[in-house]
Design a protein around this ligand. Structure first.
Ligand code: ADP
Ligand code: MG
Length: 719
């Protein structure tokens, strides 16, 4: 019965029209389902007293322990002072730590008195501790209050009388409703049993009101598994269909243009990684199936050359190549680079962007259709419906994260035969994650920089070092170099940010009066922005003060200093991208991270990773550990067809691989779940054995996939 879950939340006991409105506007809770799946963000366990010895694992809820303090000591000086109390439950010891109100706490707590401490135990070096626990005198007559969830309640909700307690009551009213028993299992029963998962109805109850920590863990595991199972099933289904259905051009020969370029024009030796990747691409384009490959390579690793030589393979086989960039400036730079390489071998390259004049545009359209143009470089203008190719054999998309999957799909529609697709990105996504989230893409990695590059020297500096930084900038300017100064732009606080950006611009102009300074931010008109960027690209302006809107991939080899203000506001991957704007020439370059003297130790540690390594993959992995992949640049706008609510790709790796394996088995055992007329690709050695489902279970999977990925169905159907 779908009825219960889809019931309007206003009909729930305790809600009504007014509260329903608040729930909808503040938390997007409109139905019983929404409330049921609005899980607590943490739990409080006051169901009983724990002993220190039984604590296990590193993600414990806040819980209570009975015992006595044995000793107190103050450590450190001034703002760094802290109070440490050693607490004993009669058998084992645990440290409690306070960083503020130290005098007051030290004065009010005593040793040798029975207390109940309450807080979240943190595991560090095999020992648990609690930071700022709640401490109260032990009162044997006070009953335990249970194991409860804590819910997010916004400020607006608070003003209207919402509390965690009220949320708990509302959820509990849901469970008391007789309709609750009608909720149906959303995983195939074979899987629930086979993987020993907690059934849905139990799991939901345990998520909100766990019986104990073990039950909560099992419930969480089930919810995460389910989420990842469907994501994987969706991705695998899509890639199996693609594998079996989408034919591609067969590029049999390495021909005259490629060889002519390789032997006579190529201005340097290819790196080993470039050669390997070109081989991978060549192998793909021979199979008769459409290539769909992600090319990851750190900034400056030479992806453009790989793109160009791959397009030559298309040209040699009677096809055209297209290179699409996210911005006009980037497209123009690519165009100029490619013209220099293509002219000597008689390959015609043209540029098509939003600002191409009407007459020129018409001429290009005609030449693309007749096949006179071999390679076209451009922006989104390339995927307008008016653009028709004679035979587009390879489409290369640079800087993937600005284009979604839907746009990729649009390019395929341009031909009767789908072009091979190569997506290039400098955002290093750890390989395991890439395979999972991009499932339908093969991944190639350029993990080697061209020889002779000097690694960028990265320095962490503070406001107190301003003069030293100015001196460094000054000396680089005198040597003829160019400098970027970048400010963060955070939307909620745009006014304030703009002010600090403008002040930075003013200060820079005053400090370096003899150099032209250009100024770029997101609020500018595109034409003005382009003009300012252009001043810098042409070297007329020697300093650029900008927000992070500065174009990804812009190549100004003469720039040797990148100053990043308020560096703590950036993610590591973003810092790495920005740093990649310098160090493109042979001379020493600098990246200066301006931090706050007062920043937390953790922040400083995070920033110091940047000073220790220039390896984008290490940085990206560190970033993912710290922030979780949801926040990672590149995964967010890359056209992921899903959001994760309970699972976390960075932490739930094991559940993820299990979910992927089970999803693969289910699809293999039930080809009916694939699109009509499509057969699963042949099993590879090591693939898990197929799991046949009952008709009922297969229907459950089919319907969940439909509901969960309704929006992405249409692009997955494009062939
Ligand atoms: P990215 O991967 O960031 O797009 P580019 O393709 O812009 O990097 O390459 C950066 C610079 O390195 C360019 O000037 C390019 O000509 C040069 N380059 C590329 N491959 C090599 C190589 N094998 N040896 C020397 N220089 C190279
Ligand atoms: Mg590039």
């Amino acid at each position: 019965m779908a009825g219960f879950l889809d019931t309007d939340i206003k009909f729930l006991k305790g809600v009504g029209a007014t509260r329903a409105k608040t729930l909808a506007s503040e938390l997007e809770i409109a139905t019983f389902r929404d409330l049921l799946f609005n899980f607590p963000f943490r739990h409080i366990d006051r169901s009983r007293f724990y002993t220190i010895g039984e604590l296990c694992g590193d993600d414990l809820p806040a819980l209570q322990i009975k015992g006595r303090f044995i000793s107190f000591s103050k450590e450190g000086e001034g703002v760094k002072q802290r109070l440490s109390g050693i607490f004993s439950d009669g058998r084992k010891l645990m440290e409690c730590v306070w960083f503020s109100k130290i005098q007051y706490i030290a004065g009010s707590l005593k040793t040798g008195v029975d207390y109940v401490i309450f807080g979240k135990p943190n595991l560090f070096r095999n020992a648990y501790s609690m930071v700022h626990p709640e401490v109260e005198a032990y009162d044997p007559s006070k009953p335990p209050t249970g194991f409860r969830g804590v819910y997010s309640v916004t400020e607006t909700m608070r003003k209207k009388g919402f509390t965690t307690r009220l949320m708990q009551n509302l959820v509990s009213n849901l469970f008391a409703n007789t309709g609750y028993a009608t909720i149906e299992e959303t995983l195939p029963e074979e899987i629930v049993r086979g993987c020993s998962l907690m059934p849905l109805r139990d799991a939901l109850r345990q998520m909100h009101f766990p019986d104990n920590a073990h039950a909560l863990r099992k419930a969480t595991e089930r919810m995460k598994f389910e989420e990842l199972f469907y994501v994987e099933a969706h991705i695998l289904r899509f890639s199996m269909e693609r594998g079996s259905r989408i034919p591609g051009y067969v590029f049999r020969t390495i021909g005259e243009k490629f060889n002519g370029f390789y032997f006579n024009v190529l201005p340097f030796e290819l790196t080993g990684a470039q050669k390997r990747v070109l081989k991978e691409i060549r192998a793909d384009m021979k199979t008769g199936r459409q290539m769909n490959r992600l090319l990851q390579g750190d900034v400056g690793s030479g992806k453009t050359m790989v793109a160009f030589m791959s397009m030559l393979m298309a040209v040699d086989n009677g096809c055209q190549g297209a290179l699409m960039a996210p911005t006009e400036i980037l497209a123009t730079q690519h165009y100029e680079t490619l013209c220099g390489w293509a002219a000597p071998i008689g390959v015609r390259v043209e540029l098509l962007t939003g600002s191409t004049r009407a007459a020129k545009r018409k001429e290009i359209h005609a030449a693309l259709e007749s096949g006179d143009i071999d390679i076209i470089v451009g922006t989104h203008a390339l995927i307008e419906d008016t653009v028709v190719f004679r035979r587009l054999g390879l489409a290369v998309i640079d800087e993937q994260h600005r284009f979604g999957v839907a746009q990729r799909a649009r390019m395929w529609r341009k031909n009767s035969v789908a072009p091979h697709v190569l997506v290039m990105t400098a955002t290093p996504i750890p390989r395991t994650l890439a395979m999972t989230v991009y499932g339908d893409l093969e991944v190639s990695v350029i993990d080697e920089l061209p020889p002779g590059r000097k690694p960028v020297t990265t320095l962490l500096r503070y406001d107190t070092n301003r003069h030293e930084v100015d001196r460094l900038i000054g000396s680089q300017l005198r040597e003829g170099r160019q400098v970027y100064i970048v400010y963060p732009l955070i939307e909620e606080n745009e006014k304030l940010e703009l002010k600090s950006l403008e002040e930075g611009y003013k200060r820079t102009c005053e400090t370096f009066p003899s150099y032209r300074v250009c100024f770029v931010h997101g609020g500018m008109k595109p034409a003005e922005k382009d003009h300012q960027m252009d001043l810098f690209v042409r070297g007329e302006a020697r300093i650029m003060v900008a927000t992070t809107v500065i174009e990804v991939g812009v190549n100004v080899p003469n720039a040797s200093v990148m100053v990043i203000e308020n560096a703590e506001r950036f993610g590591l991957s973003q810092l790495h991208q920005l740093r990649g704007r310098v160090g493109r020439g042979a001379d020493q370059s600098y990246c200066i991270l301006m931090g706050k003297v007062k920043a937390a130790a953790e922040t400083k540690k995070r920033l110091s990773i940047m000073t220790e390594t220039t390896d984008g993959f290490l940085i990206s992995e560190a970033d993912m550990k710290i922030r979780g992949p949801g926040d990672m640049e590149g995964t967010q706008q890359s056209g992921l067809a899903f959001n994760l609510h309970v699972a976390d790709l960075a932490r739930d790796g094991q559940i993820l691989s299990k979910a992927r394996e089970v999803a693969l088995s289910v699809l293999r055992g039930n080809p009916g779940l694939l699109a009509p007329g499509c057969t699963a690709t042949e099993a590879s050695p090591g693939d898990p054995s197929p799991i046949p489902l009952t008709a009922r279970s297969a229907a459950v999977v089919a319907s969940e996939l439909r509901v969960r990925f309704a929006r992405s169905e249409d692009w997955s159907r494009i062939s």
